[in-house]
Ligand binder design. Structure first.
Ligand code: IMP
Length: 183
């Protein structure tokens, strides 16, 4: 058996950037006075967050947190591992969680629960992508860039086994296994 893969552009760069600008405008309108504290779920959401930050045009406080329900493959492992949150203190504050993609919903549910348990005033979620058909845990998503079908995507910060994050587009990654010598 040999493994091969193919790429298909789902969202080109200008489409993504236009939508990120719109999301930043909505967030800005929803927080006219006090800015929320931004928490970026790394590594995947860094590129999305960088563009959001540019368009938010506010001096917001930003932190990064590592959380993942994925290993190195393309299916969820079921459990969410959350890393250190450093000196981030959310008690009494509004939190804006920035995520690349919501799939089963487990990661965002775990983070929201964690910050509410720490006394956050509210936790809102900005995600570039959402795969509603994959949801296992119901989660409220306040700012969604695009709803996409159940396909594994890479690019614009998202990876497959640590690769392809730097691609400017959102690309569907398809892996197929074919018997060696098959046409
Ligand atoms: P959830 O906890 O199942 O919602 O998984 C969310 C996390 O899974 C995201 O932060 C991504 O790291 C990863 N993920 C889910 N779907 C994809 C995908 O299509 N491409 C790349 N990463 C994905």
């Amino acid at each position: 058996m040999t493994a091969s893969h193919s790429f298909r552009v789902l969202l080109d760069n200008s489409t993504v950037l236009r939508r990120v600008r719109e999301l930043a405008a909505s967030i800005g309108r929803d927080f006219p006075a006090e800015s929320p504290v931004g928490v970026i779920v790394i590594d995947g959401a860094r590129m999305f967050a960088r563009h959001l930050q540019r368009h938010l045009g506010k001096a917001m406080e930003w932190h990064e947190i590592r959380a993942s329900s994925y290993g190195t493959g393309t299916t969820s492992s079921g459990s969410v591992q959350v890393g250190s949150q450093g000196d981030l203190c959310v008690a009494g504050r509004s939190v804006l969680l920035v995520e690349d993609i919501v799939d089963t919903g487990r990661t965002i549910a775990a983070l929201r629960e964690r910050f509410l348990a720490q006394g956050a005033k509210e936790v809102r979620v900005a995600t570039l992508l959402s795969k509603p058909s994959r949801r296992v845990v119901e989660v409220e998503l306040e700012y969604v860039g695009f709803e996409i079908p159940d396909e594994f995507v890479i690019g614009f910060g998202m990876d497959y086994a640590g690769r392809y994050r730097e691609l400017e587009e959102v690309v569907v990654y398809e892996e197929s296994r074919a018997a060696a010598g098959e046409a």
